[in-house]
Design a protein around this ligand. Structure first.
Ligand SMILES: Nc1ncnc2c1ncn2[C@@H]1O[C@H](COP(=O)(O)OP(=O)(O)OP(=O)(O)O)[C@@H](O)[C@H]1O
Ligand SMILES: [Mg+2]
Length: 363
């Protein structure tokens, strides 16, 4: 492998004419730095501009503004085939009339490498993706997972400086997706290839990435590690997109000294370690993850609630608990020494007092 190169996107922008909406920004001022050997995922809902951004990096789409740098080289004006980038698509895009060997060898033939070097390189990457012995098969004789491995082998055989993935697993069944994402991650780390990965699946993004950039409507709205995004979402959009969440309406009654005191209904909570600025009297929403909420038999200090639903999922139980006019999502793990609360049970709900984020009150 060539020494890994970083990627820098500087205010990449791409507009399209839209029949109904006029001009739409598929990508707008997208700036992102990916360190050498790092895997960063663009995560966001359908139509938020992930593919457009990836295509501009690959050179399949020209930006209206902004720059793409690989290493220190500005590649914005370079043709796709001059960028030394590997690309893995959702639909494999294998040549159906070529064997596995020839599919993988394709990029090396274009480079006019000698036959013995091609054979050695193809053999090496097929072994890496677990397909040694498949050389003479044709794509239609392979399963979806095997076809995607061929596509991966084809993308890395030319030793690209950068690998781009656009929803590479979305045609596979759920179990295979989980296995393949682990394989892709292991391979990317073993070869320390710089990679940008696109998905709309938050769990996949969390499992595979060093960092995640969350996109909405053509822009990156927040980036960070999966944990940072989960614990400190900067907006309702990110809070809801990364994991399940309760946004609990509250009012600040006192703030200072690293603590914020809030009122939820007629209940007071003293929150520690709140990073957001909050002023007394301000209406806010607490970012409370379902697993941070505890349930106890009725009585004692806490919020009064009624269990509405209980779903047993093996290692965890998911509850919906009515508190006032709101419904809280509560997840309890099998290890937690909770009683099993059946629907209709009156319970006391304990909100967490640490690790709680604050967002401004909703519109
Ligand atoms: N060639 C094009 N012409 C016109 N509009 C386009 C074109 N390509 C993309 N768009 C628009 O740009 C926006 C972003 O599209 P893009 O394909 O980048 O989204 P995406 O995040 O990859 O979505 P998905 O998850 O569905 O693949 C969409 O509104 C789309 O309709
Ligand atoms: Mg797409």
């Amino acid at each position: 492998m060539m020494a890994a190169a970083g990627i820098r996107l500087e205010r990449l922008t791409r507009r399209f004419a839209h029949r109904v909406k006029g001009e739409v920004y598929a990508a707008r001022d997208v700036s992102l730095t990916v360190a050498p050997g790092e895997l960063v995922t663009l995560l966001g809902p359908s139509g938020c501009g992930k593919t457009t951004t990836l295509r501009m990096i690959a050179g399949f789409e020209r930006p209206d503004a902004g720059r793409v740098l690989i290493g220190e080289e500005d590649v914005t004006g370079l043709l796709a085939n001059r960028r030394n980038i590997g690309f893995v698509f959702q639909n494999y895009a294998l040549f159906p009339h070529l064997t596995v060997f020839e599919n993988v060898a394709y990029g090396l033939r274009v480079q006019r490498l000698a036959q013995d070097r091609i054979a050695a390189a193809v053999g090496e990457v097929l072994a890496l993706v677990g397909l040694a012995g498949y050389e003479r098969q044709f794509p239609q004789q392979l399963s979806g997972g095997e076809q995607q491995r061929v596509a991966l082998a084809r993308a890395i055989v030319t030793r690209p400086r950068v690998l781009l993935f656009d929803e590479p697993l979305s045609n596979l069944d759920a179990q295979l997706r989980v296995r393949m994402r682990a394989e892709i991650r292991a391979l990317q780390q073993a070869l320390s290839i710089t990679a940008i990965y696109v998905t709309h699946d938050q769990e996949e993004a969390m499992a595979i990435s060093d960092r995640i950039a969350v996109m909405s409507r053509g822009t990156i709205v927040q980036e960070g590690t999966a944990e940072a995004l989960y614990r400190r979402p900067a907006s309702e959009f990110v809070a809801r997109f990364i994991g399940r969440v309760n946004l609990v309406p509250a009012r600040v009654v006192a703030a200072g000294g690293g603590h914020v005191e809030v009122e939820v209904g007629d209940h007071r909570l003293r929150l520690a370690g709140v990073e957001a600025a909050a002023a007394s009297g301000e209406k806010v929403r607490l970012v409370v993850r379902p697993e941070a909420v505890a349930l106890a038999p009725a009585g004692g200090d806490g919020l009064a609630g009624v269990v509405r639903t209980r779903v047993f999922l093996g290692e965890k139980v998911e509850y919906q608990v009515g508190v006032g006019d709101d419904t809280l999502q509560v997840t309890r793990y099998a290890g937690a020494a909770d009683a099993a609360f059946t629907p209709g049970t009156v319970v006391t709900v304990h909100l967490p007092t640490a690790g709680v984020g604050l967002l401004p009150a909703g519109a």
